[in-house]
Design a protein around this ligand. Structure first.
Ligand code: SF4
Ligand code: SF4
Ligand code: SF4
Ligand code: FES
Length: 823
């Protein structure tokens, strides 16, 4: 620690602090423009100049100067004020002053400083720039005439997003921020640069002229999309979410968001939302009263042929709790979530080895990991903001990044990244071979680990040399990666998961946990194994046990039973199985042959259109309660708007159904939160309002394994053919909900199939061409996306879009043989 004096106040801070950080901690305000908490010090603007007694004769930038013992700092004096005012005058020399029409008005840092320092005239005269405004993309307006060259956009895009869209070009007075070749912005549109721009040079286009900042009601909540659980702040006016506001004070995402969280909010305002319950009469879905609809659902749940309930994983913990109570009240034992496979089965695999069904560490711990293994390069696509933590680990702290995947992705382009490119469907084989390499090479941590001999015997077929032959990853690379991981002081294995990845879920969970154990990561003080569910509350669904009872059916078994006419009713909540579940033909049969189908959702999805009763539900922006993210962080979800028409929260619907069944509904989410925590040993015993802005991580920052038991696991299954087709997530979409959101749709408006340049050239296919992919007896009509990501012979089609027929091709396989041709 270092002791110093700031404005006469004694301050003690860590020696890594700058003067600015020390002052901030002491509650002393120093103005800044180029400084941003999450970026490395830069020192571009000179607005933060202060006087240091030991450095007399010049003023010192406080944001870049480290504290030293005994330093005496003055942050305000007549001279400092004069110099800051001069700095502002310089900044305003060529800055167009358009405050009346600039969307940043009212929250512009330059405007605020100009006001505070009373810069009413300018002694300097210079030419104003007349750069054309870049409006070539639907997300971000770039008006470089307003830029103050603080470099925050350049740095955030490089240091955190790792996209590197911007640089400073030219010199002196001509300096400006430009994109490659000074063309329009073309990037992943996460909006981080917009969040950090202190002036109106970068603005979110969807919010243009919607409201002045002071007209917005700000509501802190949690993103409703993925298991990253980013906190965000809704900007609400006229009962509509008008924008997402930058807020780096809550949660652990430092205000970082991906395109889905930043620009994917419009679906909550959509006029396509369901607003009244519907019931099928004479073959048509017609509007009805809540009472009639709920009566029908309550009767359906009591069907003598049995009922099944399948829910999505975007309900709050409190809603899951009520749903379980509802299932009990109706005597329904077949209850499951998210297809019943994917994340649930993955955590079952991890549990067999480590006795845990959750990640062992927290996200921020990964920033200082020295070795990271990402299983599937598209981890950045399923959990982008956690991916940004990985970017920082690699770029700032020089972590070694190992990527085990069937295609290249964003991670593979990072410096210090090494990609183990495997034949599709065989990631488990490579993980197994890494375990075998550690055991054979004497590098495995085996203390306290049981089942070693049986494991060694059963895993003989996964010797690295043999695995190399079938996966295409060299034996040397497998051994080196395993050893690197075992040598890590602080290592992390990341496994992002979701519905498109159901095949071999259990095997992947087992294999990753075996490796975490043998490499010694599971027992490290920080980081370890990260199992990350796809949806906002996938972890909550596991924690609360939204699972079938012993005599009940899982989701896939329910669908199979319904398809055979053996299930009286099916109640589907927040899911569109017809679009996203594997084996779409079976789902269709299940919906046709179940005696009675209820769908509770925001939109009339393809699944809802087949239902007997449709209940209009609320979005995340209308809910009160908690989500638990993929690092076990329980965070507050708060309502910013009321639901359209008669739509209700899932919580209110379950409560009303409980009453229909003669049971009592609890008063509100606060009461239920208390009850659910009391029933879960690991959950904190606190009230809903005691959850602070950073949330509460159940089990603490480090979750120690309860067991250390190696479990042998079989390999994966690939396919043979000139082309192999795989499916998964796109960065721009999350499940099918984003296909109702303007932002993600503007980036990726339609389904596509991706193929490598070499294949495309051989087939005469160009980017954007219409192509036919034939696989599993199904013809898929898709747009071609040609790039450098996919190895020769591999095709990839994301799973988000309704009507593509992709889930009729995949019936439980990770990869299928396919043909592709233009037309
Ligand atoms: S939107 Fe994101 S990726 Fe695009 S330039 Fe800004 S920070 Fe970079
Ligand atoms: S565009 Fe904004 S963030 Fe980027 S350098 Fe200019 S003022 Fe700073
Ligand atoms: S989609 Fe996931 S990563 Fe993106 S902002 Fe939302 S929670 Fe964060
Ligand atoms: S904030 Fe310190 S130099 Fe810009």
């Amino acid at each position: 620690m270092v002791n110093l004096t700031i404005d006469g106040k004694q301050v003690t801070v860590p020696k890594t602090y700058t003067i600015y950080e020390a002052a901030r901690e002491a509650g002393i305000d120093i103005p800044v423009l180029c400084y941003a908490k999450k970026l490395l010090p830069f020192g571009a603007c000179r607005v933060c100049l202060v006087e240091v007694e030991q450095m007399k004769g010049r003023l010192i930038p406080s944001c870049t100067t480290p504290v030293t013992e005994g330093m005496v700092v003055t942050t305000t004096s007549e001279e400092i004020r004069k110099v800051r005012k001069t700095v502002l005058e310089f900044l305003l020399v060529n800055h167009v002053v358009e405050c009346p029409v600039c969307d940043k008005g009212g929250e512009c840092e330059l405007q605020d400083l100009t006001y505070e320092y009373e810069v009413v005239t300018n002694r300097f005269v210079g030419e104003k720039f007349h750069y054309p405004t870049d409006e070539n993309n639907p997300f971000i307006e770039r008006n470089m005439n307003r830029c103050v060259l603080c470099g925050r956009c350049v740095r955030v895009c490089d240091e955190i997003v790792a996209h590197g869209s911007y640089s400073f070009v030219e010199r002196g007075f001509e300096t400006k921020i430009a994109t490659a070749f000074d063309r329009g912005l073309h990037c992943e549109f996460c909006g981080q640069c917009v969040s950090l721009c202190p002036v109106g040079a970068l603005l979110p286009r969807p919010f243009k002229f919607k409201a002045r900042p002071w007209q917005l009601k700000e509501v802190d909540t949690v993103c409703g999309y993925c298991g990253n659980g980013c906190t965000l702040t809704l900007g609400v006016k006229d009962n509509q979410v008008q924008t997402i506001r930058f807020n780096d004070k809550n949660g652990v995402n430092d205000g970082n968001l991906c395109i889905r969280g930043r620009f994917g909010y419009s679906y909550v305002n959509s006029d396509q939302r369901l607003t009244r319950p519907l019931v099928r009469k004479g073959g048509e879905l017609v509007e009805t009263s809540w009472d009639e609809a709920l009566e029908a659902v309550a009767n359906g749940l009591k069907d003598s042929k049995g009922a099944g309930i399948i829910t999505g994983a975007r309900l709050t913990n409190e809603e899951f709790f009520l749903l379980k109570r509802l299932a009990d009240a109706a005597g329904v034992t077949s209850l499951d979530h998210s297809g019943g496979e994917c994340y649930k089965v993955l955590t079952e695999g991890v549990k067999d080895v480590l006795g845990l069904t959750a990640s062992t560490g927290t996200f921020p711990q990964v920033e200082t990991a020295d070795v990271i293994l990402s299983i599937r390069s598209d981890f950045y696509e399923t959990h982008p903001v956690f991916g940004m933590v990985v970017n920082q680990a690699v770029k700032r702290h020089e972590a070694k990044l190992l990527v085990l995947a069937d295609k290249k992705g964003k991670f593979t382009k990072l410096p210090n990244a090494e990609t183990l490119l495997t034949r599709p469907g065989l990631e488990v084989d490579v993980l197994n071979a890494m375990c075998v390499a550690l055991l054979e090479g004497g590098k495995a941590r085996t203390e306290g680990v049981s089942g070693i001999d049986e494991f060694k015997q059963a895993m003989a077929e996964f010797a690295p040399a043999r695995v190399a032959e079938r996966t295409g990853v060299s034996a040397e690379a497998i051994v080196a990666a395993a050893e690197r991981l075992a040598e890590a002081q602080k290592g992390a294995i990341l496994l992002g998961y979701g519905l498109p990845y159901t095949p071999a879920s259990r095997e992947l969970g087992l294999a990753a946990a075996n490796l975490a154990l043998l490499a010694g990561l599971a027992d490290q003080e920080e980081a370890g194994l990260y199992v990350c569910g796809e949806k906002a509350n996938s972890q909550g669904a596991i924690d609360l046990g939204v699972l079938p009872k012993e005599d009940g059916l899982g989701a896939q078994a329910m669908l199979a039973a319904a398809a055979e006419g053996k299930l009286g009713s099916l109640y589907i909540i927040g899911e569109d199985p017809l679009t996203t579940y594997p084996d779409g033909d079976r789902v269709e049969k299940a919906l046709a042959n179940a005696g009675f189908v209820v769908v509770q959702d925001l939109f009339l999805s393809p699944t809802a259109a087949k239902a007997d009763v449709v209940l209009p539900a609320a979005s995340f922006a209308e809910k009160d309660g908690t989500f638990t993210n993929a690092e076990r962080r329980i965070q507050r979800v708060r309502p910013g708007i009321t639901s359209p028409g008669e739509a209700r929260t899932d919580y209110a619907i379950f409560g009303a159904l409980l009453e229909k069944l003669g049971a009592q509904a609890p008063a509100g989410p606060a009461e239920v939160f208390g009850e659910l925590c009391a029933g879960l040993a690991d959950y904190p015993q606190i009230g809903l309002d005691e959850i602070g802005p950073q949330g509460v991580v159940w089990g603490g920052e480090k979750l120690a394994p309860k067991t250390r038991n190696l479990v042998a696991v079989g390999g994966g299954k690939s396919a043979e053919g000139r082309f192999l087709l795989t499916t998964g997530s796109s960065l721009y979409h999350s499940g099918s909900t984003t296909t109702h959101a303007d932002g993600p749709l503007a980036a990726v408006p339609e389904p596509y199939v991706e193929l490598g340049r070499e294949d495309a050239a051989e087939l005469g296919i160009k980017d954007g061409d219409s192509v036919t992919v034939k696989a599993g007896g199904v013809d898929l009509k898709l747009k071609a996306k040609v790039g450098a990501r996919l190895p020769k012979g591999l095709l990839f089609a994301p799973s988000h879009f309704a009507g593509t027929g992709l889930n009729r091709v995949f019936r439980g396989e990770a990869v299928v043989a396919a043909e592709v041709a233009k037309g």
